[in-house]
Design a binder for this molecule. Structure first.
Ligand SMILES: Cc1cc2nc3c(=O)[nH]c(=O)nc-3n(C[C@H](O)[C@H](O)[C@H](O)COP(=O)(O)OP(=O)(O)OC[C@H]3O[C@@H](n4cnc5c(N)ncnc54)[C@H](O)[C@@H]3O)c2cc1C
Length: 452
């Protein structure tokens, strides 16, 4: 009798990782409950409607080497929705905009001495071809980049870039992190001309999110939006091993019993809901020590285009660190205007984090007109701001020694958050892989118990 009852797995978080984990578990014959605290699927890849067109709150593209995501799109029959575009990039530095579209642009980049331009180009090329990341683990990106490309190149180009993502932690970030960025971009360049090739889905990546959710529901999975998991209790003597408590928007509590739990959330969020479990002290500490930067992202719909570039990195100290003109990748036709994202990573303790939306919009648009003097606030048709508390894990030196394993110290309890993507960095492609790995890890525990 017992073997005919499907094992029930509660998956916490309906971002890409949670959706993929739920989909894979259902395909392997589990019963699945998927809990999501917000009222939307997709997590950081969630979308809203701009007119009748879905668009991500946060800019998203993929690289040609993003095999896990591309293979999943094929499996789900939506690979034909993926289109590949040539991307144009630029650097804003010392109040000037420099194109960085082909390798020749680096040669022409007069902000650093010629020899350091060549060394910088060689560093990027060389890093893209390296496969052995362990050699970089004990080194910070700052040390490695200044050694390879020269101090001025580091201070002018790389330091502002690291600061842009990690602020005060910039100098602590591991060389493995920056090496991965070079590798991804290197692999996603066209064979001729050296321009980046980036992928985007018709209907945005919401197409992938919706397809996964449809498949989950079609296989009998249950998805609960507006359900925030607040506590996991271990109940080994009951019918099922765990009880997961949830709070709903109207403050009601509900509970779900589970044979296994996969949490696809940030370390602190996991620590908050597992306080009543007997995780080993060492494991709980590793989880608690995970650090993340938050992100503020303003998306604007504009009457006119700002520049020919898709991606402009801002090296000068402005309130945002990147300008992404999405419609320079995909074309503006479907959005009724030009879509531009302005993004800033920061600590949640930073005063800017708690500024009102209108003030952040004002600061960001004011700075935008310094880069693009033709831009005025009158060009804005509409806008919105997204705050993401756990947006980017801080990856320090020797990270492999500090990263918590997906297998927690309690069987059938898995942690699969984006801080466990290493040596690569977070991204939808690796979220797909993480979701698959989490489902596999759960299956392994069942096999070990002699109950596939
Ligand atoms: C500004 C920005 C730009 C990005 N651009 C790109 C890009 O161009 N290309 C790319 O591939 N990737 C990009 N990413 C990264 C990508 O979005 C993420 O790697 C991916 O979406 C992470 O998915 P996830 O499921 O692991 O996490 P999340 O998307 O964070 O999902 C976790 C989910 O768990 C939910 N949750 C949290 N706590 C609870 C709880 N207690 N109970 C229930 N639910 C809970 C959250 O609401 C959330 O929906 C970008 C990220 C940012 C911040």
């Amino acid at each position: 009798m017992e073997n005919t009852v499907k094992k029930q797995i509660v998956v916490i978080g309906a971002g890409i990782t949670g959706l993929v984990a739920a989909y894979r578990l259902l395909r392997s014959g589990f019963s699945v409950v998927l809990l999501e605290s917000t009222l939307q699927l997709g997590g950081m890849a969630a979308s809203f409607h701009l007119g009748d067109q879905p668009l991500e709150y946060l800019y998203h593209h993929i690289f040609t080497s993003d095999r896990y995501l591309i293979d999943l799109a094929e499996e789900l029959g939506i690979d034909h929705e993926l289109a590949w575009y040539s991307s144009r990039e630029a650097l804003y530095i010392n109040e000037r905009l420099y194109p960085f579209v082909t390798p020749l642009d680096l040669v022409r980049f007069r902000e650093i001495p010629f020899s350091q331009r060549i060394r910088t180009g060689l560093t990027v090329l060389h890093a893209a071809g390296l496969t052995e990341w362990k050699a970089f683990e004990s080194c910070t990106a700052a040390e490695w980049l200044s050694r390879q490309g020269g101090r001025q190149a580091y201070e002018k180009i790389w330091q502002p870039l690291l600061f842009a993502k990690f602020e005060d932690d910039a100098e602590k970030v591991s060389a493995v992190w920056i090496w991965n960025k070079f590798k991804l971009r290197g692999h996603s360049r066209e064979k001729t001309g050296g321009r980046s090739k980036l992928g985007y889905m018709a209907g945005g990546f919401g197409t992938l999110v919706t397809k996964l959710a449809d498949r989950i529901l079609a296989m009998g999975g249950r998805i609960y939006l507006g359900h925030t998991a607040t506590d996991i209790l271990h109940t080994p003597d009951e019918d099922r091993r765990f009880t997961v408590s949830c709070i709903l928007g109207n403050c009601h509590m509900v509970q779900f019993n589970a044979d296994g739990v996969i949490a696809t959330i940030a370390g602190r969020q996991f620590a908050n809901i597992t306080g009543n479990l007997k995780l080993s002290k060492a494991y709980a500490q590793q989880v608690f020590d995970l650090r993340y930067k938050g992100n503020l992202c303003v998306v604007l719909r504009l009457k006119k285009s700002l520049s020919p570039y898709y991606w402009t990195t801002v090296c000068d100290r402005l309130p945002f660190v990147v300008v992404v003109e999405h419609t320079n990748l995909t074309g503006p036709e479907r959005y009724g205007g030009h879509v531009v994202y302005l993004s800033r990573y920061l600590d949640a303790a930073s005063p800017l984090w708690t500024e009102p939306d209108g003030e952040i919009f004002r600061l960001f648009t004011q700075a935008l007109s310094r880069i693009f003097p033709d831009f005025t606030p009158d060009d804005v048709l509409d806008w919105r701001l997204r705050r993401t508390r756990y947006a980017q894990p801080v990856i320090g030196r020797e990270y492999s020694k500090h990263m918590p394993a997906m297998d927690t110290t309690i069987p059938f309890l898995k942690l699969a958050g984006m801080a466990q993507i290493y040596p690569e960095d977070r991204g939808m492609n690796y979220a797909v892989r993480l979701g698959q790995q989490a489902a596999e890890a759960m299956k392994r525990d069942c096999m070990a118990e002699g109950n596939p």
